[in-house]
Design a protein around this ligand. Structure first.
Ligand SMILES: [Ca+2]
Ligand SMILES: [Ca+2]
Length: 177
């Protein structure tokens, strides 16, 4: 019984060591160009209140698995001191409402729900709309970021497999003999 436990321990430790030492390729992070909106003024109920723009991840391979995606936005008030400014962000390719932001002064990342990932995964690009839902404010720019899942390299799997087989044999010998 002690031998069996020892063998299991050796296997576990070796698996951890082998995975730790060699190549599970880490996931990559891809960015789009910064979309420059040209400081367009958005007005709730106005004619140009919901510009649509598309963002393409540069270097991304279509259909790679995304584990995360974020949209960076910069908006700011046209008249500092106005009481209420808000914007609705939509992903039109997948017809998803992402979130509403306080558009008084927003300069940051918005995590995208996974329901948008398929639209980005098919070609690396997707469309967004920013829509004024209160007040007047300036839409400055936007950028898309996507993070792909880590993928074990084939060599790693072979190394792991042969390492485990070898260690299993070694463990048996050691603990039984
Ligand atoms: Ca797409
Ligand atoms: Ca305003």
């Amino acid at each position: 019984m002690a031998g069996r436990k020892g063998t299991l321990l050796v296997l576990l430790l070796s698996a951890v060591m082998i995975f730790g030492m060699s190549g599970i390729s880490s996931g990559a992070v891809y960015y789009s160009d910064v979309y420059n909106a040209g400081n367009v003024k958005l007005t709730f109920g106005g004619t140009a209140d919901s510009p649509q723009f598309s963002l393409l991840l540069i270097g991304y391979t279509p259909f790679d698995d995304l584990i995360g995606a974020r949209l960076h936005l910069r908006v700011y008030d046209d008249n500092p001191g106005d009481p209420s400014e808000s914007a609705l962000i939509l992903a039109t390719s997948s017809n998803v409402q992402i979130t509403t932001i306080n558009a008084y002064d927003f300069n940051g990342w918005i995590d995208l729900p996974s329901s948008i990932f398929p639209s980005i995964e098919n070609d690396g690009a997707t469309f967004f709309i920013i829509r004024a839902t209160a007040g007047d404010f300036i839409f400055s720019n936007a950028q898309l970021e996507g993070t792909t899942a880590p993928v074990p390299e084939p060599g790693t799997m072979m190394l792991l497999g042969s390492g485990l087989v070898g260690l299993a044999g070694w463990g048996r010998k050691k603990f039984r003999g």
